[in-house]
Design a protein around this ligand. Sequence first.
Ligand code: CDP
Length: 237
Amino acid sequence: MSDRRVVIAIDGPAASGKSSTAQWVARRLSYFHVDSGSLYRAATAAQLGHGSDSDAWSEPDVLAATNRVSFAATGGEFAPLIDGARCDDELRSPEVTRAVSRVAQMPRVRDWVNAQVRRAAESHDVVVDGRDIGTVVLPEADLKVFLVADPWERARRRLIQRLGRHPNDHEIAEETDLIVHRDAKDATQTVQATDAVLIDTTSLTQEDQVERIVALARAVTQRPSDTSAVDDGPANT
Ligand code: CDP
C-alpha cells in the first residue's frame, strides 16, 4: 500500500442515501466523510441572506458569498461553516433545497466546491459523496459506487428522515414530484463512472448497503482494520 490517501466515491441522484451511507462507511473504516452537496448547500444558504429569488442570483454574487464558507475537519467529517458556525439544519431547509440546483449549475461555484473536496482528499482518507465525484472531482478514486433507488422509495425515506414518522401516500407523492424535478435539474452532473459499482438500494436496508460498500472498500484497499465492533450506525440516517 502506498502513502497515497484512500478515496471512496459514492455518487447518485437526490435522496438515494448517499450521505448517510457515506457517513456510516466512513465511521466503519475510520475515514473522514466529505459531503460535497453540503458545500453547494452552504453556498446557497450564504447567498439566501441577499434575497430569496434565486433566478436573480448571479455567479459573481454567489462566489462572493462562498467567502463566508469554510470547510473544516471535525469529529470524523468535513463540515461547512458559515461565518465560522455550523448550520446543519439551515443547509437542509426547503429554501436551500429549492435553490441549490441553480447554484450547482454555476461553473465557478463548482470549481470552488471541487477545490475544497480535493484539498480534503489530499490530507485524509475520505469517503466522498456527491454526483460527479467519480467522474470529475476525484476520477482516480480507489472505489466508486453509484447508488440508485426507485423515486417513490427515495421520497419515503427522505420524509421519514425529515418528519420522524411514516408519511402517508399523498405526502410521498408530493415529495416524489420534488425529487424527480431535482433529478431533472441535476441530470447533467449526475453521471455514473464506467468503473463504478452500481447498487440499487430500493429493497436493501441501509445496513446491507453499508456492508456491501465496506466489503468492496476492504477488497480494494486491503486494510482489514475497522471500528465495526464499537459502531452502531450513523447518528442521523
Ligand atoms: O442529499 P441530496 O441528494 O438531497 O442532495 P445533496 O447531496 O445535499 O446535494 C444538493 C444539491 O447539490 C444537488 O441537488 C445538486 O444540485 C448539487 N450537487 C452537485 O451538483 N454535485 C455534487 N457533487 C453534489 C451536489
